[in-house]
Design a protein around this ligand. Structure first.
Ligand code: IMP
Length: 178
């Protein structure tokens, strides 16, 4: 939750046009890098990555399979950065090329946990594609193979990202001013 926001004023940070242009570039990079792959397993993290994943994969030509994780972070009473898997993927990834698709990398705990798990399960390769990188907030190192935009440390909404479950369906990335 964002402290102090009662009557939010929504401002645009990244327009729909800039998002879609950059997503088309990312799709081209992915196709180039996986040109020899028979299949790429693309894994999204629910719920935030869904809008980005759909738009990105509609532009990718490489044959893809799609699956999802859902995670939750626990604050009080648990270790800082402890991440739980609430929904696991259904597919076996042993020996497969895996691309993890995420909306935003913030502290990095969520992705560090998932990337370690995917490697532990014997994926042939694991790469990360994140639409937004909030680097100033990073607490654990997470290499981003395909990064959409670096943004400053502010709470953003839209295009999958929520504030109290709202704003996910905005076609652009915005921020809320009190
Ligand atoms: P991390 O584990 O701290 O990197 O957290 C990543 C998750 O926190 C993202 O997948 C988002 O769901 C959420 N998150 C982080 N920053 C923002 C933000 O600015 N707006 C909305 N959700 C965010």
């Amino acid at each position: 939750m964002v402290e102090g926001i009662e009557k939010p004023n929504l401002k645009t940070l990244i327009s729909e046009e800039r998002l879609q242009t950059r997503i088309a570039e990312l799709a081209r990079e992915i196709d180039r890098d996986y040109a020899d792959a028979e299949r790429l397993i693309c894994i999204g993290v629910l719920k935030g990555s869904v809008f980005f994943l759909v738009d990105l994969l509609k532009k990718v030509q490489t044959p893809v399979a799609v699956d999802f994780f859902q995670t939750s972070s626990y604050g009080a009473g648990t270790e800082p950065g402890e991440v739980r898997i609430r929904k696991d993927i259904d597919m076996s990834i042993r020996g497969q090329h895996v691309l993890l698709i995420e909306d935003i990398v913030d502290t990095g705990y969520t992705l560090r946990t998932i990337l370690d798990l995917l490697r532990f399960r014997g994926a042939r390769s694991v790469k990360l594609c994140a639409l937004l990188d909030k680097e100033a907030r990073r607490e654990v190192e997470v290499p981003i193979d395909y990064s959409g935009f670096s943004i400053e440390d502010r709470f953003v909404v839209g295009y999958g990202l929520d504030y109290d479950q709202l704003y996910r369906n905005l076609p652009f990335i915005g921020y809320l001013e009190p």
